[in-house]
Design a protein around this ligand. Structure first.
Ligand code: MRU
Length: 367
């Protein structure tokens, strides 16, 4: 399904009775556009772990809506305290699904807080959880739109952008983070050209970023990750936009593996490097990038990517899913509160303090 107003794909929605979810299965893109129904905690966990839903904001939204849907499903036959206890168990389980994206723990903490209040019965508890999950989704839409509006000011007509992985609509509940300014500038009548890093080993750049931009009519060129250096030496893009899974208090940024080398290349060529993320991705309790937990993926994703043997069985594989770009390589961090410049410590602390309050006062995406 596509959002009628923004024309971007709808990544997640409730089933008609609200006791389950439909997700757009991103492992099937770009070949097939298929929704998948999730009705159990095992199915929600599997969808997150196997990247059927992915991208830091969308992972958090999926966990929140998943817990609320499960609570609605079990509310009729449960005592309030028993349901609250089960919510805690689902929350524990889902919070372990992917370790780097801080939005997952952030969204789950919000549901835990709601579950900790007192209610007349289990149905009331379930409806309060669903209302909170809806609010997380609506906030995400507003934050994406606000990020897009701030960063669109960095894109003159004819600008070329390079991006890594997918920090677009497919990674959020709205118009994305790193791709949001491209959608906003396009809406405003500017022509923007995008280079999408293919993003080894799971190809989120070529499978997802190139797909959603093509669907939206934005000119996009896919390059293999190893082509970025040649591109910067021959036809340098004007600007780099990437997303993030966790931003440490000092402005170091974890994002999809391959982001750090892109920042080094951009720095060498004097091309500005921006990180775009909602304040829910900023983790003030993590002091520096060295403290960010990095997810490691199965060797099979490298050794036998998409089914074909591409490295000998005997060879070891090292496959961190994310790397850390030091704050010193980052020109600016864009949140829903604006464009933040170094030193990032005070700027991020201020943005987090006012982020949610400010975002909830703005219009919804396209509304
Ligand atoms: O492993 P993924 O596909 O979940 O990784 C996604 C990214 O690295 C994104 O850039 C990040 O989550 C930001 S999404 C707005």
């Amino acid at each position: 399904m596509t959002d009628r107003r923004t024309k971007v794909p709808i990544t997640i929605r409730w089933t008609s009775d609200g006791t389950g979810l439909f997700i757009l299965d991103q492992t099937r893109l770009p070949g097939e556009r298929v929704e998948r129904e999730l009705r159990t905690v095992e199915e929600v966990e599997e969808a997150i772990r196997s990247l059927r839903v992915r991208g830091a904001p969308l992972i958090g939204i999926t966990a929140a809506m998943g817990i609320a849907a499960l609570a609605r499903r079990h509310a009729g036959a449960s005592e309030t305290d028993d349901l609250a206890e089960r919510v805690g168990e689902w929350a524990d389980r889902l919070s372990r699904a992917r370790p780097t994206a801080v939005n997952l723990g952030w969204a789950i903490a919000r549901l835990r807080e709601v579950a900790g209040r007192s209610y007349g019965n289990a149905v009331e508890l379930a409806e309060a959880l669903a209302a909170e999950a809806d609010e997380i989704l609506a906030e995400d839409r507003r934050m994406c739109r606000a990020i897009g509006e701030h960063a669109a000011s960095l894109l003159p007509d004819g600008a070329s952008v390079i991006t890594h992985c997918n920090a677009g609509a497919l990674a959020t509940g709205g118009i994305g983070t790193a791709l949001a300014p491209i959608y906003v500038a396009t809406e405003q009548g500017r022509k923007i050209r995008v280079f999408a890093d293919e993003t080894r080993p799971l190809l989120q750049g070529s499978r997802l970023t190139a797909w959603e931009l093509s669907e939206a009519g934005v000119e996009v060129t896919v390059i293999s990750d190893s082509t970025a250096g040649a591109l910067f030496s021959t036809d340098p893009p004007d600007i780099v936009f990437v997303g993030s899974d966790r931003i440490a208090a000092n402005g170091d940024v974890a994002n999809k593996i391959g982001t750090y080398p892109l920042a080094v290349i951009a720095g060498h060529h004097g091309v500005p490097f921006y990180v775009l993320a909602p304040t829910s991705t900023v983790d003030l309790s993590t002091p520096t990038g060295a403290d960010i937990p990095i997810e490691h993926r199965s060797p099979e994703e490298v050794r036998r990517g998409f089914g074909k043997l591409t490295a000998p069985e005997a060879a070891a594989v090292w496959s961190p899913a994310f790397d850390v770009t030091p704050a010193a390589l980052i020109t600016g961090i864009v949140t829903e509160r604006g464009i933040h410049r170094p030193p990032y410590g005070p700027a991020l602390a201020e943005a987090v303090a006012t982020g949610r309050r400010g975002a909830s006062g703005q219009r919804e995406d396209g509304g």
